[in-house]
Design a protein around this ligand. Structure first.
Ligand code: NAD
Length: 355
């Protein structure tokens, strides 16, 4: 069935991958995005001229704009990617995280609920509100603990994860209180093309080839589960089509790696595909820096529920998908030039003083 999808935050990293995927599959998409430092229309260049794509520059917390999108576009579903998404920025200042992730999500839910209640019953029951969230809401695991399931307690440790946990609770409450047909997904660390360069993988690739330090927090032994962004988007499509309303689904890549292992994999690919002129390895640029405050040690995801109920599996092999990702950043310097503006350089300098 071809649907009308209202995708918030669709100009960011994961949202733009999802939008391109769904339009290619024959669906119509309206992106609502206020284009923060992390949102760029260049991320949507593959679909910008498609008749099935439209864009509204606006904030999820702006009830008037959201109400207009709902009235004019008649979405069959809303997929909410819009968020402030970087833990380090939330440590510097949590204000924007509360504004968008908490207040913005609640306002989006409220505006949606008011519109949804006015729909005919047969249309109302098929509507879906899919909220995209993170495994970070569950807090930190030690080395030997079992991975997070959907029944793990919420124990967010950073202002970012606290704001996402709060948004998840609001989504849950709109299902329980008003019957809004909601779904939540909690996914692990994504990687792939078009990720804002403040995040680990693009930061390492771009710093390495600019002859800058490769900053690693603490000992580098903190562990994350890594998933290729296209596997995440495939899972979201399945949840939207077949997920049980009111439920949450964990999504993980079955790929636990320490930060140090990730950086080592990246510099080995670079050593091979773009050897340094002085013959040394990019690994010599590694610089261990003061640890992130409150740095969660380990995240790991148990994806048994989505596998069993919806038949999802991560399809991409880490080493191949990482290589493809590294090559994408090397081959797309025009994208990088457009994304890395003066504000980004100031942020990098504030975060890692000597850059
Ligand atoms: P991103 O920072 O690349 O993109 C966020 C997008 O939201 C941007 O386009 C931005 O302009 C937009 N946005 C921000 N505030 C907005 C507002 N008030 N109104 C409208 N648009 C707004 O983030 P991402 O990495 O693509 O993550 C997307 C979602 O997935 C987030 O909700 C994030 O919490 C979640 N998530 C991310 C990861 C990951 O590894 N990146 C993992 C799990 C979950």
């Amino acid at each position: 069935m071809s649907r009308n999808l209202l995708v918030t935050g669709g100009a960011g990293f994961i949202g733009s991958c999802f939008v391109s995927r769904q339009i290619t599959a024959g669906e119509r998409v309206l992106v609502l995005d206020n284009l923060t430092y992390a949102g760029h229309l260049v991320n949507l260049e593959q679909v910008l001229h498609s008749a099935d794509f439209s864009f509204v520059h606006g904030d999820i917390g702006d009830a008037e704009v959201v109400a207009r999108c709902l009235k004019e576009f008649h979405p069959d579903a809303i997929v909410n990617f819009a968020a402030e998404s970087h833990v380090d920025r939330s440590i510097h200042s949590a204000e924007d995280f509360v504004r968008t992730n908490v207040l913005g999500t609640e306002q989006l839910l409220r505006t949606t609920k008011d519109w949804w209640q006015g729909l005919k019953p047969e249309v109302r029951k098929d509507f879906r509100f899919l909220h995209i969230s993170t495994d970070e809401v569950y807090g930190s695991l030690d080395k030997n603990s079992a991975p997070f399931t959907e029944n793990s307690s919420y124990a967010p440790n950073s202002p970012y994860s606290a704001s996402k946990a709060s948004s998840d609770f609001f989504v849950r409450s709109y299902f329980k209180t008003y019957g809004l047909p909601t779904l939540i997904s909690n996914c692990s660390n994504n990687y792939g093309p078009r990720q804002y360069p403040e995040k680990l993988i693009p930061l390492m690739v771009l710093n390495a080839v600019s002859n800058k330090p490769l900053p690693i927090y603490g000992t580098g032994l903190n562990i994350r589960d890594w998933i290729y962004v296209e596997d995440h988007c495939a899972a979201l499509d399945l949840i939207l089509s077949g997920g049980r309303i009111g439920e949450a689904y964990n999504i993980g890549g079955e790929c636990e790696k320490s930060n140090l292992e990730i950086v080592q994999s990246i510099y080995k690919i670079l050593d091979e595909v773009k050897p340094k002129s002085d013959g040394t390895s990019y690994g010599t640029q590694i610089k261990f820096v003061a640890d992130r405050p409150g740095h969660d040690f380990r995240y790991a995801i148990d994806s048994a529920k989505i596998k069993k109920e919806l038949g999802w599996r991560p399809r991409h092999c880490f080493s191949e998908a990482l290589r493809k990702t590294v090559l994408w950043y090397l081959d797309n310097s025009e994208w990088t030039r457009q994304i890395m503006d003066e504000d980004y350089r100031k942020w990098l300098h504030q975060q890692y003083q000597d850059f």
